[in-house]
Design a protein. Structure first.
Length: 388
């Protein structure tokens, strides 16, 4: 009676006032039916007796806001009813609804105390009036006590179930909020990763293109062969960057394919060739004892690419040595040149360096950047973990 099915299959709770009105009508009908039995009492039931039954039911309209007042008025009204000499209606039936309501809304101690008070008062006056002890105590008391206890237990059970439902809804709401925040965090992390990829890929290409565009500009009309060579480098750098971007977009479109990586140390030769065309001698020593996990492979490639890009843009070096050695547990990466950063000893990390540090940290590794014994050095240690 607390819910109904709607057209879309969901359950909707009835308005509280409707529930209370039905509850009150049931109380009135039950008490009036017992009164109509006309058992015992000094006076026959009249309009006042039935009006009292109506009033008892009407009290249910206030049971949510004032459960203790409703219970107290019900008990006092019951005593007044018997004082008027009307037919017997017991003590449990008239107060059962009020006991249930008080227990339902968390007034358990007061409810139990009031039930004991009503039973004790009833037994005292009936024995004082000369009723048989075995009838009052041995026969009727147990039934009244059990009915009252059932009403109280039912009300407290409904209250407990309501609290459990509210707690469950709160947990669901908090879980949904946490999942929403986790999703937002994941989206933000993905944006940062995309920003790093764009910086690493496009930044490297634009550095090469800018450098060789200057070469072509200065060589036009004086050394056409050098100008043509510079333009070829620009064309190749553009093609390589476009291919890299296409691979990135392809990976984003099929995120469930965990076996592919956009960038890998297997493709690092293209970065070396771009540096060589800029006049930098590149040597490498890449020894991999096992297939690298895609995340580590991509991080290593981007660290090498960004290091070469910074070398082309900011360093006076003419030679660079790239070493990547992997055993079963760790990839050790070093990029060492024979020059110095244009910023000298007071080297200040930019977005590219920050991106390298983030990439190393993302796979649980470390990165060190600074002047080395023979020049400027970038060193990274990347754990391979258990990822195949």
């Amino acid at each position: 009676m607390n819910a109904r099915s709607s057209g879309d299959g969901k359950r909707r709770s009835l308005p509280p006032w409707v529930v209370d009105a039905v509850f009150g009508a049931a109380v009135t009908a039950t008490v009036a039916f017992v009164i109509s039995a006309n058992y015992g009492g000094d006076n026959d039931p009249d309009a006042v007796a039935y009006l009292w039954a109506v009033g008892l039911g009407a009290l249910m309209s206030a049971r949510r806001r004032y459960p203790l007042i409703v219970l107290t008025v019900t008990v006092l009204g019951l005593f007044a009813y018997y004082a008027a000499g009307y037919p017997a209606i017991g003590v449990a039936v008239p107060v059962a609804a009020a006991l249930y309501s008080a227990a339902e809304f968390g007034r358990l101690a007061w409810t139990v105390g009031m039930a004991v008070f009503v039973l004790a008062t009833s037994v005292f006056f009936r024995l004082a009036e000369g009723d048989d002890f075995s009838l009052v105590v041995g026969y009727e008391l147990a039934g009244h006590a059990l009915l009252m206890a059932a009403a109280i237990a039912l009300g407290d059970s409904v209250r407990s179930r309501r609290l459990a439902t509210t707690s469950a809804r709160r947990v669901i709401a908090l879980t949904a909020e946490r999942l929403r925040r986790d999703a937002e965090t994941a989206v933000q992390a993905e944006r940062v990763a995309i920003a790093r990829d764009l910086h690493d890929s496009v930044g490297h290409a634009t550095s090469v293109i800018s450098l060789h565009a200057d070469v072509a500009r200065e060589a036009v009309g004086r050394d056409d062969a050098a100008a043509v060579g510079a333009l070829i480098v620009i064309k190749n750098a553009t093609a390589t960057t476009m291919a890299d971007l296409r691979r990135t977009v392809g990976l984003l479109r099929t995120p469930t394919d965990g076996t592919r990586t956009v960038s890998s140390l297997d493709n690092v030769d293209a970065t070396f060739r771009a540096a060589s065309r800029s006049g930098i001698e590149v040597t490498s020593d890449i020894r991999l004892a096992r297939r690298l996990p895609p995340t580590v492979d991509t991080a290593a490639f981007r660290i090498v690419q960004e290091s070469i890009t910074n070398l082309v843009k900011h360093s006076t070096a003419t030679r660079v040595h790239v070493e990547a050695v992997a055993d079963d547990e760790t990839l050790r990466l070093s990029i060492i040149d024979d020059g110095r950063s244009s910023t000298g000893a007071a080297f200040t990390p930019g977005h590219g360096v920050t991106g390298m540090r983030e990439r190393a940290a993302a796979v649980g590794g470390t990165l060190e950047i600074g002047p080395g014994r023979d020049g400027f050095a970038v060193r990274a240690i990347l754990p391979l973990g258990d990822e195949p």
